[in-house]
Design a protein. Structure first.
Length: 252
């Protein structure tokens, strides 16, 4: 039986590997999905792929850094879907690699604006819709680097740690409205982000896989399965938690 039957979901970063995998898996599980991304064409591709497989999806370009754009996207999603049950924030920026003393202030600000403030804004405007529908689920994608740190990523690790704390705060404040809020922290996943950082996936595997006791990097679908669990009734006793899917990275 479809675990998300009759549910309506709003997904940011749905044009990317992880966000796209989540949107597609939600549709397979019966949800109607509103796909957003800073790259509107990429969001549209995900929505078209869902529709081609018999699902229902809509798409819209979205800059999560802009409050007015986020507000409009949420309103458009509710108009298209009829309601809102699930919100997933996967949008993230490509932060440069540099220690804090060498990091440009604009790069710091953009990482915080996309990874943290964008997540906050989507939650802010989605919460009244979830309350109006009698409750729902919010899943914010954090990172294993929200718990542990590697060199030269100060903006990223700070923003992702803050996302985990934001989820806990939201979980406490909105439990009375039947809204569950959890973060999901992936380890290194084979996506285009790794290609931009390492050049080739083989190089990314050579550098990063040894840090994951399971012996390999993760796949986007493995994160999507975790998101389905958090969005479904199977996780009905979970809120304010961080679901870590990192191949053992943080166990070392």
């Amino acid at each position: 039986m479809a675990r998300l039957a009759a549910k309506c979901a709003f997904v940011t970063g749905a044009g990317g590997a992880i966000g796209g995998a989540i949107a597609r898996r939600f549709a397979v599980e019966g949800a109607r999905v509103f796909c957003t991304d800073s790259d509107g064409a990429a969001a549209g591709h995900t929505a078209a792929d869902i529709a081609a497989k018999g699902g229902t999806a809509f798409a819209r370009a979205l800059d999560v850094r802009k409050s007015s754009d986020v507000h409009a996207a949420i309103e458009t999603a509710v108009a298209a879907l009829g309601r809102l049950d699930i919100v997933v924030n996967t949008a993230a920026n490509d932060d440069p690699t540099a220690p804090a003393g060498d990091l440009d202030e604009a790069d710091w600000n953009d990482a915080i604006a996309v990874n943290l403030t964008g997540t906050f804004l989507v939650c802010k405007y989605a919460l009244p819709k979830l309350i109006a529908g009698g409750g729902g689920r919010i899943i914010n994608i954090a990172s294993q680097l929200g718990q542990v740190v590697i060199p030269n990523r100060p903006a990223y690790v700070t923003s992702k740690a803050a996302v985990i704390q934001l989820c806990r705060s939201l979980a406490l404040d909105y439990a009375k409205h039947n809204i569950r809020v959890n973060s999901l922290s992936p380890g290194a996943i084979e996506t285009r982000r790794l290609l931009r950082r390492f050049g080739t996936m083989d190089e990314a595997r050579a550098v990063l896989a040894p840090g994951h006791p399971i012996g390999r990097l993760g796949q986007p679908d493995e994160i999507a399965h975790g998101a389905v669990f958090l969005a479904s009734d199977e996780s009905s006793f979970m809120t304010g938690a961080d679901l870590v899917i990192d191949g053992g990275y943080t166990a070392v």
